[in-house]
Structures are given as C-alpha cells and as structure tokens.
Design a protein around this ligand. Structure first.
Ligand SMILES: Cc1ncc(COP(=O)(O)O)c(C=O)c1O
Length: 478
C-alpha cells in the first residue's frame, strides 16, 4: 500500500475507518467480558473532549507544558492517597500496566546496581501467576526470572516458597493484587515481612485491581491488605485504563519514597541535541491520555466509583455463583475481585469459549500453565451487569450442547506436538506447525479458536512462545 497521491476527503476517510471496525468485538453490546472497560456515554464523551484538548501537547518536556506536569502530579497524588500512601510517596504516569512494571523492575535493577555492584546477574522471584509483563521486563532489562509455584488450590503465592527461592542475587520480590488469571490477591502482608527481613524491594502489581479493591473492601470484600499501609511494600503499579474507566494509555507507578524512584529516571546528556530526562519509557507523548484520565477521575469521583464497584461486585458474585451451579463447571480458586476463571473436566473449555463467542459474547480462553488447568476467564465490568442472567442461560445451554465433545484435532498430532523440543526446531518446522494448527496469514476469529487452543495447550510453554512469535511475525505485514 502507498500513500494516496492526493489527500482524501474527511467523510471518505471516516467512512473507511468505520468499515474497518466492522469485524471488531462489539464492546458497546455489554456482552464482552474483557479488553474494554466502558463507563457509558457521558463519561466517554467527557474523556474524548479532554483527550482532544490535550491531543497535541507533548509530554516530552515538562517545562514547556506545565499543564501536563500539573496533571501528572495531581493524578499521582490521588493514586497515592487511594493506596494508603503518605506524603513521601512519589510516582509517575505511564502508558499502561506493562510500562509501569518495566519501570518498577528497572528501578529495582538500578538500585541493586548502585547498592550491590557485586550482583552481576540479578534475579527476581515471580510466582507463576505473575503477569507476563514481568517476563517482558526481565527480557528487556536482562533480569533473570526465578519462577515459583503457587498454592494449587487457591492460586495464591506461597510466602515460604518465595523465601526459599531468595538468593544473594535477588533484587526484587513481587505479588499480585489481584492476579489477572484467577482474580486472587496474594498474601501481601506476609511477603512484605519477608522483604523487610531480607532488605529487598517488594513490588505489588495492582495494575488491574488496585483502583477497585478499596471499594470492594468498603462493600464487604475480604481481600488481604495490599497497599502502602503494608510494611515492606516499596512500589505499586495501578492502571487507570482498566477499572478506573479512563481511556487506554493510563497507568501509574508509585514508590514509597523519592530515593527509590530516582533509579527509575533516565537522563542523557551524551549527544548533540536537547537534554533528555525521562521519568517513563516514552519520551515524546501526547497529553491526551493524561488529561482524559484526570477528567474521568474528577467526573466520577469517589461516590461514582463506589456505585460502579457495587454493580460490578454484585454482577461478578452472581456470575460466579451461576457458573458453579452449572453441572461440571468449577471456579479456579476463590476470587477476591470482579474477574475470575472456571474450568471443567466434562466440558471442553476451548469449545465452550468458541460457541459462546459465536453467540455474541466474548469470554477468554486461557491455556493450562503450572497449577492452572485450561480455563475460561471473565473480566466483569459495569457494562456487563445487566447481562448476567442472559449470559448464564446461554452458558448452561452451550455447556449441555457440547458436553463430552472435543475440538477436532487428531490425537496423534497432539501427542507428536507435545513431545517437540523448541530448541531443535527450524523456522521451517515452525511454519509447518502453524499450518497444522490452521494458522495462516490472517488473524483467526475468536469463534474459531478451539482447535488452535487445544494444540497450543498441549505444547511446552517455550514452544508456545516460539509459535506466537512466528505468528506475529507473519501477521504484521502490509
Ligand atoms: C495484573 C496485571 N498486571 C499487568 C497488566 C498489564 O497491563 P497492560 O495491558 O495495561 O500493559 C495486566 C493486564 O491485564 C494485569 O492484569
């Protein structure tokens, strides 16, 4: 594709963009349990307007645009206050959970470089439920992951196992509040005690849950303490673009004190251009996400969020109870949050997800990993609340329809694939495997994933990763 020789009229362009969206998940329907956190029209309109007003302002230089500095300071102060922080807590606005986590890992690594220069190969301990963003941070920052199992019944991290895994190269402990896959909060106070005893930084990944958990507690939720009120917690990531319902591109990373945060900041004066100092990974960036986040936080306010929390809490509770009442389905762990997953020994969860998605819902298949069997995940947001009973009725029907069925994948193929050694495969072999799994140059529809998931589920995680990279390398072509 080439640039058009002459520019096109605005109407033509907007029409084209709209046609591109036709195959997308219909998040406006309220039937999508993931990806999108829709606060409804009035909040969306305000967010758009605020975003538009700051679209062009550049966060590259906070002396040139003091409005952005002010927005960032105020958002961070609200976030710190929300998470039990005192006036020492500092932080920054970032583009999302992954950026917040990368920065938290960088701060821990660079703190260790300054204080423990003898550590040449730093390690961080990750319970197997830690979000993949930590593995990405480890990969980008050359920190070694020390994976540890979680409790196979509750899917919570086990403090004694974390303690055992600490070596003289450990630079960071982490816990989730909650974990994405199962919606359970790790025992943060116990891990905090270990961190204090060993003098180690401790990051709490509250990306998905940090904003809502305080409201759920006000509604009677029993999740463990997870914020700066817990001794030993040194940094927290909390996304706004999830359950604070602000547009995408909004998260914060917070530190107990500026002395620690210093290690997050990057400056460069070793080139011939302007002096660079970046608190976050991005350098040039639109003021839009920050202005929209500030606007939505002020528009909804504490009362507005409490009301949203109540709707979500009740919807998630009713969904979880309804799912457990369907013969053969069972929840994984006891969720502390409005997201959870369920599995089954009788109903193939990958087929179930396809069939539900074909009925206009979106639920997310998750592959088996560690203690967690193959399952289906639901992130419940306020937009889903009125659909609980309709969803449960469809789920009951679909589960009955497919009980005992499996995706149409030859057993011998599954057996052969499960024994493959990723290190011994050529690129040609990987292409062959993608073809066998039915993956071509096009993105498969969420309604036709069961066979692919069944094969992926049988593979070693390292081989899954290899196929995913090959797939992405194929799909992002013009
Ligand atoms: C617990 C947790 N941490 C980190 C992330 C990564 O966030 P993002 O997708 O905004 O980069 C997520 C995303 O769902 C999450 O649930």
């Amino acid at each position: 594709m080439k640039l058009p020789k002459q520019g096109l009229p605005k109407e033509t362009i907007l029409e084209q963009l709209q046609t591109f969206q036709k195959q997308d998940l219909d998040w406006r329907s309220g039937r999508v349990f993931g990806f999108v956190y829709d606060p409804g029209e009035s909040v969306r309109d305000l967010a758009k307007e605020a975003y538009g007003r700051f679209l062009t302002e550049n966060g590259l230089d906070f002396t040139a645009f003091p409005s952005l500095l002010r927005l960032e300071r105020e958002i961070v102060a609200m976030a710190a206050n929300h998470l039990g922080g005192d006036s020492n807590v500092v932080g920054n606005f970032t583009s999302g959970g992954t950026e917040s986590i990368i920065l938290a890992v960088k701060a821990a690594r660079d703190r260790a470089r300054a204080q423990r220069p003898d550590i040449l190969k730093p390690q961080m301990i990750l319970p197997e439920t830690a979000h993949a963003a930590f593995h990405k941070a480890a990969h980008y920052l050359d920190v070694q992951v020390v994976p540890v199992p979680v409790d196979p019944a509750t899917f919570r991290a086990v403090p004694s196992v974390i303690r055992e895994a600490i070596t003289d190269r450990t630079i960071l402990l982490m816990g989730s509040a909650p974990s994405y896959a199962h919606g359970v909060v790790d025992p943060i106070p116990e891990i905090g005690r270990i961190a204090l005893e060993k003098g180690l930084p401790f990051h709490v990944d509250a990306c998905v849950g940090g904003f809502m958990l305080p409201y759920f507690r006000r509604l009677g939720g029993k999740a463990p303490d997870f914020d700066f009120s817990v001794p030993g917690v040194t940094s927290i990531s909390m996304d706004l673009h999830k359950y604070a319902y602000t547009p995408k591109g909004a998260s914060v990373v917070l530190y107990r004190d500026p002395d620690y945060r210093r290690h997050q900041i990057f400056a460069s004066a070793k080139w011939s251009g302007y002096a660079v100092v970046n608190a976050a990974v991005q350098s040039s960036k639109s003021g839009g996400p920050m202005a929209a986040a500030w606007a939505v936080l002020h528009y909804l306010g504490d009362d507005g969020y409490l009301e949203i929390a109540r709707r979500q809490w009740e919807a998630a509770r009713d969904l979880a109870a309804g799912i457990e009442a369907i013969p053969g389905l069972r929840l994984l762990g006891r969720p502390d949050f409005c997201m959870f997953s369920f599995t089954s020994d009788e109903v193939n969860v990958f087929l179930l997800a396809d069939r539900m998605n074909a009925r206009g819902w979106y639920i997310q298949p998750q592959l088996a990993f560690g203690a967690s069997p193959a399952n289906v995940h639901l992130s419940v947001s306020t937009a889903n609340a009125e659909w609980v009973q309709a969803f449960l009725a469809d789920l009951t029907q679909v589960a009955d329809e497919i009980r005992g069925q499996r995706p149409d994948v030859p057993e011998d193929l599954l057996a052969a694939a499960s024994g493959l050694d990723p290190a011994a495969l050529s690129d040609h072999d990987v292409d062959g495997l993608l073809a066998l799994a039915g993956i071509s140059g096009e993105a498969p529809s969420p309604q036709a994933m069961a066979g692919i998931n069944q094969i992926m589920n049988a593979l070693d995680p390292a081989l899954r990763e290899r196929l995913l990279v090959a797939f992405a390398n194929r799909i992002f072509r013009g």
